[in-house]
Design a binder for this molecule. Structure first.
Ligand SMILES: *[C@@H]1O[C@H](CO)[C@@H](O)[C@H](O)[C@H]1NC(C)=O
Ligand SMILES: *[C@@H]1O[C@H](CO)[C@@H](O)[C@H](O)[C@H]1NC(C)=O
Ligand SMILES: *[C@@H]1O[C@H](CO)[C@@H](O)[C@H](O)[C@H]1NC(C)=O
Length: 284
């Protein structure tokens, strides 16, 4: 809702895992801010999204606002056309949200490199999350780690602390259910600035419990605007296999990489009054 516009533009995040041999495997998270069919149908928006997507083997898209499959289908069609050596497929959640405003999580992945083993919608019985994680397990082209679990979360800014503590319960739930401790929690956590003080951040269970590595560290700017400097988007890695494979994680400032000015990005991504662009993560 309006808080998105107030937060301003955010860069995409990237996490890189070393899969096997010299090959990288990239897992990304990107809050595409109000991704609708009307928005992707704009040529420059589509071009930018396809170029961001091309850097990822698995992309966790957030804020997909579409009750049909049309937005994602169009994006996949263009992505598959962009590079014919790749085959992108997708897995989406249902529309999630407490009000009439709802959004879904969508995994877009290269089916020539990875497969979905399993997925489920976290059973949020106490309604702790505005958009409860849609958890999925993917194969990895790695002998060290044959599969990894992804737990996406886009928090609502007013409940960041509560949701991030509940995310620890999601971790317990999924690691038990699938007997897999190699879990990557990722997305637009709003885990900084006005939404979460340093003190509260440091008292989160995901910080105080052992075994969690915050791959996007505090102080990294995941926002695109020059006037903002907040680490909203995060990647948290758990498990020996995952940590062994983890090579790098960083925000991806796509306007800078694609040489777009702030005005161009805003114009490009403006859609029904909202600006676009949030975190992306690659794991390879
Ligand atoms: C994916 O989205 C479609 C269309 O909105 C929906 O029918 C389907 O149930 C969703 N998938 C899951 C796993 O919720
Ligand atoms: C969710 O949990 C509640 C309470 O434990 C249970 O009653 C309900 O059947 C569960 N729903 C699903 C879909 O598992
Ligand atoms: C953001 O702030 C951190 C300190 O919290 C600083 O180290 C970093 O250089 C700043 N980044 C930008 C892009 O201004």
């Amino acid at each position: 809702m309006p808080h998105m516009a107030m937060q301003g533009l955010v860069a995409a995040l990237l996490l890189i895992l070393l899969a096997g041999g010299a090959e990288d495997f990239r897992i990304c998270a990107f809050n595409a801010q109000r991704l609708t069919l009307a928005k992707v149908a704009k040529g420059p928006v589509m071009d930018t999204l396809v170029q961001i997507l091309a850097r990822c083997d698995i992309m966790v898209l957030q804020e997909v606002v579409d009750s049909s499959q049309k937005t994602v289908s169009l994006l996949l069609r263009e992505a598959n056309r962009f590079d014919s050596s790749r085959t992108y497929s997708f897995l989406n959640s249902s529309l999630l949200g407490r009000s009439t405003y709802k959004e879904k999580y969508v995994y877009i992945y290269r089916s020539d490199k990875t497969q979905v083993l399993n997925s489920y919608q976290y059973n949020d019985t106490d309604d702790l999350f505005a958009r409860e994680p849609f958890v999925a397990q993917f194969t990895l082209p790695s002998k060290i780690l044959p599969s990894v679990v992804l737990v996406p979360l886009h928090t609502t800014p007013k409940d960041v602390e509560k949701e991030l503590n509940a995310l620890y319960d999601v971790f317990l739930d999924v690691s038990q259910r699938w007997q897999n401790e190699n879990v990557i929690l990722l997305g637009d956590f709003n885990a900084d600035c006005a939404s979460l003080t340093k003190k509260r951040l440091n008292s989160l269970l995901l910080r105080t419990e052992a075994g969690f590595h915050w791959a996007i560290s505090d102080g990294e700017d995941t926002t695109v605007r020059a006037s903002t400097n907040c680490t909203y988007d995060r990647i948290v890695v758990h498990g020996q296999g995952c940590q062994t494979l983890l090579r790098a994680a960083a925000p991806f400032n796509f306007p800078r990489s694609f040489q777009l000015t702030e005005e161009e990005v805003e114009k490009l991504c403006w859609d029904k009054g909202y600006t676009m662009a949030k975190g992306r993560i690659e794991v390879s």
